[in-house]
Design a protein. Structure first.
Length: 124
């Protein structure tokens, strides 16, 4: 797990946060513009206690980890865009495997497969 300092450094260097206003010094807001639908201005505030988890997911999965984290925070919310949904679903599957097999040596040789559909929540 990343320390608070390492988490902030990783995420700030990746430019995933909105620039902060002077009156919000220290605020960390993920830029999720046009992520869930077109023409949406969306910023997801990350509390200090959440930074290590967000950094870990970003380090492990890149932008897909951020999509997953915001989706999970909002009850499994999905995007209008199927590519974002596939990314979220991929991380969900991999995180489930990590939960079931915390030992990375065992995970490395764990043979499994899954299907990613990338559907919207409203899809039938």
């Amino acid at each position: 797990m990343f320390s608070m300092k390492e988490s902030v450094a990783l995420l700030e260097n990746a430019h995933v946060f909105y620039p902060t206003d002077e009156d919000e010094v220290g605020a960390h807001v993920l830029n999720m513009n046009d992520t869930w639908m077109w023409a949406s201005a969306w910023g997801e505030k990350v509390e200090d206690a959440e930074l290590p988890e967000v950094a870990e997911l970003f380090w492990r999965y890149g932008n897909a980890g951020l999509l997953y984290w915001v989706s999970k925070k909002h009850g499994g919310m999905r995007s209008e865009f199927y590519d974002n949904n596939r990314a979220i679903e991929f991380v969900e599957q991999e995180e489930q495997i990590r939960k079931e097999l915390p030992d990375s040596n065992k995970r490395a040789y764990y043979k499994t497969s899954y299907q990613i559909k990338g559907e919207r929540k409203d899809a039938k």
